[in-house]
Design a protein around this ligand. Structure first.
Ligand code: FRU
Length: 494
């Protein structure tokens, strides 16, 4: 096939600058490119990595296969920002060197050590028989912009776990460094997280498995993350991870893989007991996976995720690129549940106000494919349907023509919101259904939406629920149409 093993495992060291430029310029003119999201210049993006604040700037990396829209040899791409909103392109930062990470520089996290940005990541390898092995590597961002290995910190996997052992996330408690790593137990082939500790950030000791009540919860936990959030002056532990292998039930677990969290009193170190509540998904949209968080200098906990999923073909693949990251979201804890607010810095992206006022039954709020839209109701919303990226009714020659649209609906009796992408442009991932639903805990009063060419992120009731998704609607379909009772609306061009 076009993407045979050899092609998939080609590194940037093996291609000419010219051929990379050719790939980039083809993608630069491709349809569906986003305007204010982080996306790859060509090739495939997946997990956000190494997210941290250092010397006045946020640094963010992502998993990158440069040469095409497939999960080939993973490199790390680097962007940085002063405000979490406008990102400077720093180019590739980690190129697998053929030895320790011969089959990919997999996911990892960032931390500051001796006044330099360090990362802790999984170096992936395969042998002649394609058997996987890996180690966890400490590396450092050098002045030339490249990440170089410092030491192979965890060379071998503890005997209780399989070779599915990856994605170290570092945090600090006083003088000590801790890291949580996604793992699979040998005894029952179930997913879990294991914890390491370090005094100097370079030498790491295994301390054990996090002790949760989710002992039989999928076959692998990818991209774990642990941090604390405060609610009413009390600090709680939050453990985020991306379990694989959960079966869909009711409205839950509809995507191929999940991402969610559990909350409880702070993790008891070093005995590793974590007593926690129910597992909640972070996002009920179609495309959300492998989130990573960091803390801002003013103490906010910010999360960014991959707006995509593994093992699914996306319509942009044919143009040589795939996927983007979500907008950064601030996490807070309310009644023990995570609320997500798009970071306040995003307001810097607001250009002109396209519409401000009231929308009435069947009105066109405006036309835009790069926008922020806020709808609010003085009381609570009645049933409605909001069509986005919709064909323009004025351009349809007869009003019965099929219209293309991405819809957000609300059923006030059931307090249920639905996202429907059945009629939104090019169909993909339909095996996993074309609608996603969520039952709110309170009646709906506020919705905030961010649309960007081929993405949509929606926040309900100030972040009680969030939905992220990609859609591939025809370029000219940018009408925003309200069908419902009178509601207050502000629409900004982005
Ligand atoms: C999650 C993941 C990680 C791994 C990386 C490889 O999407 O599978 O577990 O480190 O992607 O690209």
């Amino acid at each position: 096939s076009e993407w045979d093993r050899e092609k998939r495992y080609t590194s940037l060291h093996e291609v000419s600058a010219y051929s990379l430029e050719t790939l980039k310029s083809k993608v630069a003119h491709a349809p569906f490119r986003l305007t204010y999201h982080i996306q790859p210049p060509c090739g495939l993006l997946n997990d956000p990595n190494g997210f941290c604040y250092f010397n006045g700037e946020y640094h963010l990396f992502y998993q990158w296969f440069p040469l095409g829209p497939v999960h080939g040899l993973k490199h790390w791409y680097h962007v940085k920002s002063k405000d979490l909103v406008s990102w400077e392109d720093c180019g590739v930062a980690l190129i697998p060197d053929g030895h320790i990470n011969s089959h990919g520089a997999y996911s990892g996290s960032g931390f500051i050590l001796n006044d330099s940005l360090h990362v802790f990541y999984t170096a992936n390898r395969r042998d002649k028989n394609w058997k996987r092995s890996c180690s966890q590597v400490i590396a450092k961002l050098m002045p030339n912009g490249l990440i170089e290995t410092v030491n192979d910190a965890i060379e071998s996997i503890p005997p209780e776990y399989t070779e599915h052992f990856r994605d170290p996330k570092v945090w600090q408690e006083g003088e000590l460094f801790y890291a949580i790593i996604g793992a699979q137990r040998k005894c029952d082939l179930k997913g879990t997280g294991v914890i390491y500790r370090s005094l100097n950030g370079k030498d790491w000791q295994f301390i054990g498995e996090i002790n949760t009540q989710l002992t039989q919860f999928g076959y692998m936990w990818e991209c774990p993350d642990y941090f604390c959030l405060t609610e009413e002056n009390e600090s709680f532990g939050v453990f985020i991870f991306s379990p694989q292998g959960l079966n869909p039930t009711d409205d839950k677990f509809q995507n191929i893989y999940q991402s969610g969290y559990i909350v409880g009193p702070e993790l008891n170190l070093p005995n590793l007991t974590f007593s926690h509540g129910e597992f909640h998904e972070l996002d009920f949209g179609f495309d959300f996976y492998a989130p990573q968080t960091t803390m801002t200098p003013d103490g906010r906990r910010i999360m960014i995720a991959w707006m995509g999923l593994p093992e699914i073909e996306y319509p942009s693949d044919k143009d040589g690129w795939a996927h983007c990251l979500t907008l950064p979201r601030e996490l807070t804890l309310i009644d023990g549940k995570i609320f997500q607010h798009p970071v306040k810095e995003l307001q810097n992206l607001r250009k002109e106000v396209i519409f401000k006022g009231y929308a009435d039954d069947k009105s066109i709020i405006g036309r835009s494919a790069h926008f922020e839209l806020i709808l609010s109701d003085d009381s609570t919303f009645d049933n409605f349907e909001l069509a986005l990226f919709a064909s323009d009714p004025l351009l349809l020659n007869n009003k019965d023509s099929a219209i293309e649209k991405l819809t957000v609906r609300y059923d006030s009796m059931a307090r249920q919101v639905t996202i429907d992408r059945e009629f939104a442009g090019i169909a993909f991932a339909t095996k996993y259904g074309t609608t996603r639903c969520y039952k709110l805990s309170k009646p709906l009063t506020h919705i905030q939406l961010f649309g960007d060419t081929s993405s949509l992120e929606v926040f309900f009731n100030h972040g009680e629920a969030a939905a992220s998704l990609r859609h591939f609607s025809a370029v000219n379909n940018n009408a925003i149409i309200w069908q419902g009772h009178k509601t207050s609306v502000t629409l900004w061009q982005y």
